[in-house]
Every structure is written in C-alpha cells, then in structure tokens.
Design a protein around this ligand. Structure first.
Ligand code: ZN
Length: 149
C-alpha cells in the first residue's frame, strides 16, 4: 500500500469504498470518457454547467482504488466551483503529484491533499489524474445529446 499518513490513507479507502457523486447525471450538459490503459481504469464524467459554473459533477466507471478515490474527491471538491477555479485546482493538484507540496497551493486543494502520497509512485499519477483529464475534455467538449432540459 502507499506510504502515506494514516489519515490520508483512511480518506482514500473511504472514498474508494463509498464513492461520492457516483452514477449517471441525468441532466448533464457535458459528458466525457477517460481510459488509463496502464492500469485499466475507465471513467465517465458527467457535468452540468451553467454560465461558467459547475452546478453538478458526477462520475461512473471502474478502476483501481486511487482512480476511484480521486474521482470521488474531485467531484466532491468541484461542486459549485467555476470552470476557472477548477482549472486552478487541477494545476495545483498536478503540481502536488509531480513536483512537491511546497510548490502547490494547498489552500485550494483541501481534501485532495490526501492523494499527495501518489507522487512516490509515478505510474499511479496517471490513475489519480485520469478523472481530471476527463473533466478537462468534458469542459472543452461540445454540448451532448444527454442534455434533457
Ligand atoms: Zn489505476
């Protein structure tokens, strides 16, 4: 298992066992799918955007504990945020996982800091960032037919 503090490990185990915001979002305005062939993680991100705000974000899929916990933490953290805020959070999250916590703005990351231990396992960084890359393609994508309202 990852060499991280017990607290962080508890958060990851908890979010993997009971993922938050899991399941299809019926009134999604954007949908994107992501796949991490290195690990076999597959995620679908559902977004409900309203004038630059993330009104709701949910996910579906299956994968390793890190990919599921990361998607769960991400969807929890992004509820009600603006697209701009989401981009800032992703940049800092990426810095946290690829550089170090000194360079990352921990204040904007909140509970996402629980995934900082992933840095020690470079192959796992793709598991933790899959949901974010998928979110980004959903943000850049066109409106989809999923929209019902
Ligand atoms: Zn994985």
């Amino acid at each position: 298992m990852l060499d991280i503090t017990d607290l962080y490990q508890d958060i990851i185990v908890d979010h993997n066992r009971s993922p938050r915001n899991f399941g299809k979002l019926e009134n999604a305005t954007r949908v994107a799918e992501g796949y991490n062939p290195l690990c076999g993680d597959r995620l679908t991100i559902y977004l409900n955007l309203n004038s630059g705000n993330i009104k709701d974000v949910r996910f579906e899929g299956s994968g390793c504990a890190i990919s599921v916990a990361s998607a769960s933490l991400m969807t929890e953290h992004l509820q009600g945020k603006t697209i701009e805020e989401a981009e800032t959070i992703f940049e800092n999250f990426h810095t946290l996982l690829t550089k170090d916590h000194v360079q990352a703005n921990m204040a904007v990351l909140g509970k996402l800091a629980a995934l900082s231990g992933v840095k020690e396992y470079p192959v796992r960084v793709k598991c933790a960032t899959l949901c974010w890359h998928t979110l980004r393609s959903a943000l850049e994508g066109k409106e989809t037919a999923v929209s019902t309202e």
